[in-house]
Design a protein around this ligand. Structure first.
Ligand code: URP
Ligand code: ZN
Ligand code: ZN
Length: 488
């Protein structure tokens, strides 16, 4: 039988937009065939489908490189979003790739955590996805067998926690994990807060009866983040391997990262919307339990620290801007009020929702607010995360050969309302906030998922993306390691 030849060169042309990449902004039509960008230029021939982007900005689909979906929690706590609802909200907010976490349980296997997580994700995701690993029990088997083979199979990033009893590693364990990252070409993400200081402060606060949500911020002052950030940097220096410090909240942690870089160390950093748009006051100015909605770690700081975060976004301190979406309902027994109780702050599940609002918050307040260039916006929300986690240039780029994952922006007044969001969480910390833009169209591999009003895509077409070697890793170790002196 003769093949059916299309009369069109392209399945879709996104026409007339102002195309923004991490390095340039230019007028171009985008020609798409079989889900891939195949041509960029002016006056491209008609496509089978035409999408009008005249006068509007087109950016790569967002890559949210830090979000938690359907991650098992100790009962009765349960995340409100699974892959279905979480990735629906991602698509409607302009994010086309997510990287959530397959978390090892202490005493359990990491490989088993990955296969369990695939069962939760496969066939249920509306956008493409890769997995980070969480290493909570680095036994010899995990370090020498499981991690190396998982890295080879496309899980090239893992998170190590310095806090949370069920997840934290001691310094020796972190060194072991960093050593695996170095030898096998992976990137380690570090949650940097000093666990013992937090526990000591928490007990003191509890002894004084100070258990309302707002005291969560008092139990995790900047000092505990500063100390742990410095320690993580020292551990990375000892092993001579890059690390990425996640969810950096303010000045003192940033100073440590700048110090590390000034000493020639490869320290990367991520921040999140909560450190730009919330403060500790959102955890409550009195003992009201509503502050539980904004309990996350590290906690939001103050206005002065928000400014320091903006400065770091602009000047290259940060490589990645993620949501750290950790979805727990405010009402009900599974979320912020376990067993329907208003509990002491130490028992409030940590985390806030943000997958759907991340892109619009930064576009509106960063780009349209005159704080960030369009190129920097693209770098932070798409290109940087894709490079950092081995997905570039398939993801995070508008170039020939890249997946046609795109956002066309509508610059219009928007008031954030939880009722209009698509996650399964009963609140947003940004309720009532006025923005100047929202994604007017999201395309995943050339198909329209969100048209500015509703999800219109094929459901559950998200594909698993095995990650390659993170492109931020050096090609060869620097050779300047402390280890060379004991192992010449
Ligand atoms: O409070 C937070 N950030 N919860 C999510 C887990 C984490 O540490 O990222
Ligand atoms: Zn964390
Ligand atoms: Zn997180």
């Amino acid at each position: 039988m003769e093949p059916v030849l299309s009369a069109y060169s392209f399945d879709t042309v996104v026409r007339g937009g102002r195309v923004a990449t991490a390095s340039d902004v230019f007028e171009a039509d985008i020609g798409i065939r079989d889900g891939t960008i195949v041509q960029l230029g002016l006056a491209l021939p008609r496509g089978e489908r035409e999408i009008d982007a005249l006068g509007r900005t087109v950016t790569p689909g967002g890559v949210d490189a830090h979000c938690h979906l359907d991650q098992p929690s100790p009962p009765p706590i349960k995340m409100a979003d699974d892959f279905d609802s979480g990735t629906l909200s991602a698509a409607c907010g302009g994010t086309t790739t997510v990287i959530p976490f397959a978390a090892q349980q202490k005493g359990g296997s990491l490989a088993a955590a990955v296969s369990d997580y695939h069962q939760r994700a496969d066939g249920r995701s509306h956008v493409d996805y890769a997995f980070h690993l969480i290493v909570s029990d680095p036994t010899a088997h995990v370090l020498h067998e499981e991690l190396p083979s998982l890295i080879r199979e496309g899980y090239t990033s893992f998170k190590a926690y310095m806090t949370y009893d069920d997840l934290k590693l001691d310094d020796g364990q972190i060194l072991d994990v960093l050593d695996v990252a170095k030898r096998h070409g992976a990137i380690a993400m570090i949650h940097a807060e000093n666990s013992d200081c937090i526990e000591w402060l928490t007990k003191r606060l509890e002894g004084m009866g100070r258990t309302a949500p707002r005291f969560h911020a008092h139990s995790r002052p900047m000092l505990v983040e500063r100390e742990a950030t410095h320690r993580a940097i020292a551990l990375s220096e000892l092993v001579d391997v890059p690390i990425l410090i996640v969810h950096v909240s303010g000045r003192e942690a940033i100073e440590q990262i700048r110090w590390g870089r000034a000493h020639g160390l490869n320290i990367f950093a991520e921040t999140c919307p909560q450190y730009l748009f919330l403060t500790a006051e959102d955890l409550g100015i009195d003992d009201s339990y509503h502050g539980a909605k904004c309990v996350c770690s590290p906690p939001p700081r103050d206005k002065a620290n928000q400014q320091v975060i903006w400065d770091g976004l602009r000047d290259g301190l940060f490589t990645v801007f993620s949501s750290d979406h950790a979805p727990y309902n405010f009402e009900g027994a599974e979320g912020k009020q376990p067993d329907n109780q208003q509990v002491a702050f130490r028992h409030i599940p940590n985390g806030i929702p943000g997958l759907e609002t991340r892109m619009a918050l930064l576009y509106s307040e960063g780009v349209l607010g005159g704080r960030l260039s369009l190129e920097k916006f693209v770098e932070l929300t798409a290109t940087g995360p894709a490079k950092t986690y081995g997905l570039h240039p398939r993801k995070g780029a508008i170039c020939i050969g890249a997946d046609a994952d795109l956002v066309i922006w509508d610059e219009r007044d928007v008031v954030i309302a939880n009722a209009a969001l698509h996650h399964n969480v009963d609140y947003t910390p940004y309720e009532g906030m006025r923005l100047k833009a929202w994604p007017g169209c999201t395309l995943l591999r050339g198909e329209v998922m969100w048209d500015g009003r509703a999800f219109v895509g094929r459901r559950h077409q998200g594909q698993f993306l095995p990650a390659g070697r993170p492109s931020i890793l050096p090609r060869a170790p620097s050779g300047a390691s402390f280890l060379t002196s004991i192992n010449p």
